[in-house]
Design a protein around this ligand. Structure first.
Ligand code: 5GP
Ligand code: MG
Length: 181
């Protein structure tokens, strides 16, 4: 990927396309093994918008019986996500189903903590998380990640679903952004 030209906002490619794709295949294989003897459908819940590319790549390597659903959330204080609000709920009934939340990045943990607690009230057989990126330095709440792509430092990243004010979301790689003043 030596032909990538970064714009002024982007410092470096943190994870290149080939590395992401290889890791996504590994995660799908783990999921295939773990859910191989499912007694009910697996519901994958993508957290919009950031997870949509990760989810789309992941499901194309899944061999277990599954359906795809989405949820949209917002945090009303900008950077920190202490206050999570539901914008669009899932459509599938989770009762007696296995649920796998698919999230782009784990930062403070507020989003996944909210989702795990919310979904557990809906009577699922299990609730687990698949997270592409983890920033351990930022955790406030402990979150159990069943399937993790990559651990990254405390920097703002964009690409592969992740944005900065809706920019850079569809880059095929993950890049580190220059801190914005
Ligand atoms: P948490 O609730 O764990 O604090 O935050 C998770 C959410 O914050 C992610 O789903 C994502 O929307 C956003 N976020 C955290 N760090 C980054 C980052 O480096 N880049 C982007 N684009 N979003 C981030
Ligand atoms: Mg997100």
């Amino acid at each position: 990927m030596s032909d990538i030209t970064l714009t002024d906002d982007l410092i470096r490619v943190l994870i290149d396309e080939e590395t992401i794709q290889a890791r996504v295949v590994e995660l799908a294989q783990q999921i295939n093994r773990d859910y191989a003897h499912l007694d009910s459908t697996l519901i994958l819940v993508g957290v919009l918008k950031g997870s949509f590319i990760f989810l789309a790549d992941l499901v194309r390597h899944l061999e277990v019986d599954h359906v795809v659903d989405f949820i949209a959330l917002s945090s009303y204080d900008g950077g920190q996500s202490g206050n999570v609000r539901l914008l669009m709920d899932t459509r599938e009934n989770m009762e007696d189903k296995h649920v796998l939340i698919v999230e782009d990045i784990l930062d403070s943990g507020n989003t996944l903590d909210y989702l795990m607690r919310n979904f557990r009230t809906r009577g699922p057989k299990s609730v687990r998380t698949a997270v592409l990126l983890d920033k351990p330095d930022r955790h406030i709440l402990p979150i159990d990640i069943a399937y993790l792509g990559f651990t990254i430092p405390d920097v703002w990243v964009v690409g592969y679903g992740l944005d900065y004010n809706e920019k850079y979301r569809t880059l095929p790689y993950i890049a580190e952004m220059k801190p914005q003043g």
